[in-house]
Design a protein around this ligand. Structure first.
Ligand code: PMP
Length: 404
């Protein structure tokens, strides 16, 4: 059982008022809030260890390097990667996906096929379209059904010996659907294709075990897991990371440089050109410590309760439709009220101090599937409460009265 009152005490922002009302923060799928422990790690870094890493002989540089590399090990342990050098520190999910997509430019040829799903965030669509433009590879799409689930029988018909890579999200940001990624991975491997899983929305809710999944690449952002913005990770199996060429050139990623030839550093540094987000990386580790101390089993159970309560209460509002009705879903409710634009609902809720997301959620193909401009998305985290859901429901009722 979570002690939600105590947990809320860790988040200073939850005490603030917005438009004169207590903040109700339901935009967790966009970014999570930051506990004091993570804020302290950031302040501690700039107060005590601020120095560039990996290159200095001086004490500060060594201390910063140790903390940064300890964070990499925390990430490795959290995701159960075999080796710490299989964890590449990036600026976030988008950077991680682009790194892999860029690397595959040299591995694909015209006519090769790569498979995406209909449920993706634009970050897991556009870099692959750019890859297809560069290589002549063909992009295929796993379709979805009305409940917002992937149609696996259709996926099987797309797979062939031409398939080189499959990339799907673990959990949809727009609908909250949890995709059957283990099945997707196993089927891709049967035809020899590699799989990248976008875990941006899964990591706040569950702990992915990359070895048990046997996934080739897994990517995530710290800012969705109580960490800071501008930092994230790419897990890659050693054999794949060795096959991919470096993404960016610069300092840190080289073994030796002459004007005739440059040789590249070993993993993970081959993919980490330039000065990284040192403080962000360290605070990412602190954020994982924080979430693990609470415990993902308790987080999952509590968020399920919030999802069930929120769904039940919102559905009592006449004309309200929820998109994404799979039984396999996380604490995201995407909805509309008949005849009302989602943006208008979001604006009125903001006047009441309630933060939700409105729009296409960077997942326009999903909105096109439902033939809607967007939705109102309320996404719950482990620090939210049923009382806040009550505030949302009464806010939506008021908005409906004002706008209908
Ligand atoms: N994929 C998914 C499923 C997401 O939800 C997001 C963030 N909304 C991203 C990718 C992109 O993450 P970032 O902006 O942190 O790179």
């Amino acid at each position: 059982m979570l002690n939600v009152d105590k947990i809320r005490g860790d988040f200073p922002i939850l005490n603030r008022k917005v438009n004169g009302k207590p903040l109700v923060y339901f935009d967790n799928a966009a970014t999570s809030q930051t506990p004091q422990q993570v804020i302290d790690a950031i302040v501690d870094y700039y107060s005590n260890y601020n120095a560039n890493i990996h290159r200095g002989v001086h004490t500060l540089s060594q201390e910063a390097t140790d903390l940064y590399e300890q964070a990499r090990i925390k990430i490795q342990k959290h995701f159960n990667a075999k080796y710490s050098y299989e964890i590449i520190m990036t600026s976030g999910t988008t950077h991680s996906i682009n790194l892999v997509a860029n690397g595959f430019s040299s591995l694909l040829k015209k006519g090769d096929e790569i498979i995406v799903s209909a449920l993706e965030h634009h970050s897991n669509i556009v870099p692959w379209q750019m890859l297809c433009e560069r290589t002549g590879a063909i992009l295929k799409v796993i379709p979805m059904n009305e409940d917002g689930e992937l149609i696996l029988s259709e996926y099987e018909t797309l797979l062939s010996e031409k398939t080189k890579l499959v990339f799907v999200n673990h959990i949809s940001n727009a609908l909250g659907t949890i995709n059957p990624i283990k099945t997707i991975i196993d089927k891709a491997h049967q035809v020899g294709a590699a799989v990248l899983v976008d875990g941006a929305q899964a990591c706040p809710h569950l702990v992915p075990d990359v070895q048990a999944l046997d996934v080739d690449f897994y990517v995530a952002s710290a800012h969705k897991i109580c960490g800071p913005t501008g930092v994230g990770m790419l897990y890659g199996k050693e054999e794949w990371l060795n096959k991919l060429p470096p993404y960016q050139g610069g300092g840190e990623m080289i073994a030796e440089v002459t004007f005739e030839k440059t040789t590249y550093a070993n993993l993970p540094h081959k993919f980490e050109a330039g000065t990284p987000n040192i403080c962000g990386g360290i605070a990412f580790g602190t954020a994982l410590d924080y979430m693990n101390a609470i415990g993902f089993d308790s987080i999952e159970a509590y968020e399920k309760e919030l999802l069930e309560y929120g769904t039940q209460e919102l559905l009592k509002i006449e004309g309200l439709k929820i998109y994404g009705t799979s039984v396999q879903k996380t604490s995201v409710i995407s909805f509309n009220i008949e005849g009302i634009h989602p943006y208008d609902i979001g604006t009125i809720l903001d006047k009441m101090g309630i933060a939700v997301r409105t729009g296409h959620h960077c997942a326009q193909p999903i909105m096109d599937f439902y033939n809607i401009p967007g939705t109102v998305r309320a996404s719950f985290a482990f620090y939210n409460t049923k009382a806040e859901i009550d505030a949302l429901v009464s806010g939506v009722k008021k908005a409906k009265m004002m706008l209908a």
